[in-house]
Design a protein around this ligand. Sequence first.
Ligand code: C5P
Length: 299
Amino acid sequence: MSITVRAAAKINLHLGVGRARDDGFHPLDTVYQAIGIHDDLSLADAGDLTLTTLVADHIDPAVVPDGSDNIVLRAARLLAERSGRKPTGAFEVRKDIPVAGGMAGGSADAAAALVACDRLWGLGTPDDDLLAMAAELGSDIPFSLVGGTARGVGRGELVTPVDDRGAWWWVAVPAPVGLSTPVVYRHFDTMRPDAPEVPAPADALLAALASGEPVRLARALHNDLQEPAIDLRPELGELIALGEAEGALRGIVSGSGPTVVFLCDSAEGARETAASLAGAGHEVVLTATGPVAGAHVVA
Ligand code: C5P
């Protein structure tokens, strides 16, 4: 028997970051959106636990993490341990989400692994237990389970769906070389020694989502990690300016970067912006709508 689970990339429409807590994590007030760039994870019955990764043409296979500390295998082991069984199965992950791109590709795979193991092993784990395990594995992973558009607080792991009346068009431009999330957070600490204890609230963004108006959403997009990401990679600032000059309503760094996403006013607007960016030499330019579903079984 085998099962396939699809999990989406995320972007942060609002990412308010506060001063680091005692445990080193930063308090967040964020609004996530799942967008239509997916990884597909299949799990087939097998005697032991294995993982094969296949990548889309736009991803360099050399940058994909493998080995036994892979987040997919860690997710499988955690669920097996909690449910008192042996972790078994052959995973095959097909990656389309940029690696180390600030789009939660690893988190999507971990969420998909939890869902796949739960179903293939016939566990019927309650949602709250899956969400708690997801939070143990990584701050973004509960959102990868939930999908749609949702607010995240705590270190990002406490997720509540929010009212989103839009069908938004995005153009995503990944960078050839990823950025390490901890490095970007550390750079935030250096650049923002005055960061508030309570992260910037998402009120304006939430109101814009409820309005369904792209121009309003564009104005409300906010990312406290954008400045440190651009300081580490100045070319990201140039890319944002280029996309905005080429018709996007607004460009913003996705999460800790280096992927830049552009909000466009329509499908046609997204196609035009994508074509202009590709014409300007950006090798990988992806177009996607959001919100889309969280990790779900497709076969
Ligand atoms: O939770 P996750 O494993 O995805 O976090 C990766 C790293 O990102 C953490 O080790 C930490 O350095 C940083 N991080 C943070 N504050 C958050 C989330 C992540 O400092 N709220």
